[in-house]
Design a protein around this ligand. Structure first.
Ligand code: GRG
Length: 326
C-alpha cells in the first residue's frame, strides 16, 4: 500500500495490526459466516480508513495506539460491508481482484454477511461509549442515504454537480470524516481539534471519490483492475460525465449517453466516449476540483503541530489525486 500511496513512513506494522484484529473480530459462531466474512478481507484492500484513524489517534494522545485498534477496524469493516452490498447492487463480478462475495457464495448469504459485518462494527462502536457509538451509527446512516440518492438518480443525465457532491459526501466522505472524528474524540482532543480532524478526513474523502470516478474513465485497466466505465454500467452520473455533458454538442452528448445508458457497449463506442470526455477538458476539471478538496484538507491543519504522523496524513492526501494517471 505504501507503494500505491507513496508514503515515506513505514506503515506495515499498523497494517499488520489492523489485519490481525480484523481476523479476530469477524469470527462468528457459525463457520460459514466466518468463512464468508474472512473471504471479504483476505482479498485485500488498501486499509486506508483504519490507517488514517490510527494516525489521527496517535497525533492527539500519548496512549498506546492499540486503544484505537478496534475503532479503526470497525470503520474498515463497515466500509467492506458496504462494498459487499454495493457489488450486489452493481452486479459486479469482482472485488479487489477476486470474485465478489455474492458471486462466490450466492446472493442471500452475501446480503447476510454484509449485515453481519455492520453488526460487528456497531458492536465495536458501542464498546467505546455513547458518543463514539453515535458517530459510527450516523456514518452508516449517511452511507445508506448516499447510496439511495445515487440509485434514485440512475439514468438521470441531468444530474447536477450539487447533487453529485451530496451523494459522494454521504456515501464516501462522511465515512472518512466519522473515522477521524471518533479517533480524535477517543484521544481526548478538544472540540476544535476534533472538528479539524473531521474536516481533514472529509475533504480527502471527497477528493478520493472524485479521483475514483476519474479512474473509472481514464484509469489503465492493469492499474485499476477493471475496464473503463465499469462503475457507469448502471448510468450513475459522476463528475467527469456531468462536466462533459454540460460542455459538449448535442451530437457528442448522444455519443456519450449511448455508452452511459448501455445502448452502445462495443469497444469503439467506449473509446470514442472516453476520447470525447477528455477533449471536453472534464478530466482536467475534475483533477482541479479534487485538488481543491486536498487544499481544504491541508488548510484544516494550519494550526496543528507538524509531526511524522501529520506528515504521513499529508502524503496520503497528496497521493489521492496523484494516483490518477492518464
Ligand atoms: C447497509 C447502511 C448500509 C449501507 C450500504 C451499498 C451502500 C449502502 C453503500 C456503498 C457506498 C460505496 C460503494 C461507496 C464507494 C466508496 C469507495 C470509493 C470505495 C473504494 O474504496 P477503496 O479504494 O477500496 O478504499 P479498498 O478495496 O482499497 O478497501
Amino acid at each position: 500500500m505504501s507503494e500505491i500511496l507513496n508514503l515515506s513512513m513505514d506503515i506495515s506494522g499498523k497494517i499488520d495490526k489492523i489485519n490481525d484484529r480484523i481476523r479476530e473480530v469477524i469470527l462468528s459462531d457459525n463457520d460459514k459466516l466466518t468463512e464468508m466474512a474472512s473471504y471479504t478481507f483476505a482479498s485485500g484492500g488498501k486499509r486506508l480508513r483504519p490507517l488514517i484513524i490510527l494516525l489521527v489517534y496517535e497525533i492527539n494522545t500519548k496512549e498506546p495506539v492499540d486503544f484505537a485498534l478496534n475503532l479503526a477496524v470497525a470503520f474498515e469493516i463497515m466500509h467492506s460491508a458496504s462494498l459487499i452490498h454495493d457489488d450486489i447492487v452493481d452486479e459486479a463480478e469482482e472485488r479487489r481482484g477476486w470474485p465478489s462475495l455474492y458471486r462466490k457464495f450466492g446472493l442471500s448469504d452475501a446480503i447476510v454477511t454484509g449485515d453481519y459485518l455492520f453488526s460487528v462494527a456497531y458492536r465495536i462502536g458501542a464498546s467505546y461509549g455513547r458518543e463514539i457509538s453515535e458517530v459510527v451509527a450516523i456514518a452508516a446512516k449517511k452511507l445508506a442515504e448516499g447510496q439511495i440518492e445515487e440509485s434514485s438518480n440512475l439514468g438521470n443525465f441531468n444530474l447536477d454537480e450539487e447533487t453529485y457532491m451530496r451523494i459522494i459526501s454521504n456515501k464516501t466522505a462522511l465515512l472518512f470524516a466519522s473515522g477521524a472524528k471518533s479517533a480524535a474524540i477517543l484521544a481526548g482532543s478538544d472540540s476544535d481539534e476534533i472538528q479539524n480532524m473531521h474536516d481533514f478526513a472529509y475533504n480527502i474523502g471527497m477528493a478520493f471519490q472524485i479521483a475514483d470516478d476519474i479512474l473509472d474513465i481514464v484509469g489503465k485497466e492493469e492499474y485499476t483492475g477493471k475496464p473503463p466505465f465499469t462503475d457507469m454500467k448502471h448510468s450513475a452520473l459522476t463528475l467527469p460525465m456531468i462536466y462533459a455533458l454540460k460542455h459538449s454538442s448535442d451530437k457528442e452528448k448522444k455519443k456519450l449517453t449511448d455508452v452511459l445508458s448501455g445502448k452502445k457497449t462495443d469497444k469503439d463506442a467506449i473509446e470514442a466516449a472516453k476520447e470525447m470526455l477528455i477533449n471536453t477538458g472534464s478530466v482536467d476539471y475534475c483533477i482541479k476540483v479534487a485538488n481543491s478538496f486536498i487544499d481544504r484538507a491541508i488548510e484544516s491543519q494550519k494550526h496543528a503541530k507538524l509531526s511524522p504522523n501529520l506528515q504521513t496524513l499529508f502524503e496520503i492526501a497528496y497521493s489521492i489525486v496523484s494516483r490518477v494517471r492518464i
